[in-house]
Design a protein. Structure first.
Length: 212
């Protein structure tokens, strides 16, 4: 079950350790439907780690993450259903076309793929002419756009984007900015780990540079 919008995501004193190393501690933020949060900091500050923790892929050593006041760890399956996590890997299989990739991903999320919705997602990222081209023939930038199209093919209120601009040209960057703006206008939330280069509009910033 995916929660209806709007919603609120809060973090209180989140701490994460990897092995013997403390990656960050005392992380706090509070965002609601329509908000964007840019997570910044030098390499090694824990930007990717924080997004993976929020996605439920890593445990917190301390602190709490809540959705509308409820601990996300109380119902991790429901939390995973309400988010999209886009990491550094595009997860585009060489033998599958972009259309097949989106359908496969939708089924993984428990959705019944809708052909019109899948085609619309590809169109939004300028990939309609490549819908039936096997992934092995796609460039890095095209594979990245297929990964971004997953955000539209199976909607979720919370987007966690880890350096989403990698491999994108100026036109694709504009398309991504438009997607984020539309998502926020509909009550969605976006957390972006970034070194810059993406127009997020009005947004808050979380600097992990002093959190270790």
């Amino acid at each position: 079950m995916i929660d209806s919008l709007p919603a609120r995501l809060t973090a209180a004193d989140l701490t994460c350790d990897r092995g013997e190393r403390r990656v960050f501690s005392g992380v706090r933020f509070d965002i609601s439907g329509g908000d964007a949060l840019a997570v910044v900091g030098p390499n090694g500050a824990g930007k990717s780690t924080l997004l993976r923790l929020i996605a439920g892929l890593l445990p917190a050593a301390d602190g709490a993450l809540r959705w509308n006041g409820d601990l996300v760890t109380d119902d991790p399956e429901r939390h995973r259903a309400r988010l999209h996590y886009l990491g550094h890997q595009d997860a585009v299989k060489p033998a599958l076309t972009p259309l097949e990739t989106l359908g496969f991903n939708a089924r993984l999320r428990g959705s019944v793929p809708n052909a019109a919705s899948l085609h619309a997602a590809l169109e939004a990222l300028g990939l309609a002419p490549l819908a039936d081209l096997p992934g092995r023939f796609l460039s890095q930038g095209q594979r990245r756009r297929v990964a971004l199209a997953r955000l539209l093919a199976s909607p979720a209120p919370l987007w966690l984007l880890d350096e989403p601009t990698l491999g994108l040209d100026a036109e694709a960057l504009g398309r991504l900015a438009d997607l984020i703006d539309t998502h926020r206008s509909r009550g969605g939330m976006v957390l972006v780990a970034t070194h810059g280069g993406l127009d997020l509009g009005a947004h808050a910033t979380l600097d992990l540079g002093d959190r270790a």
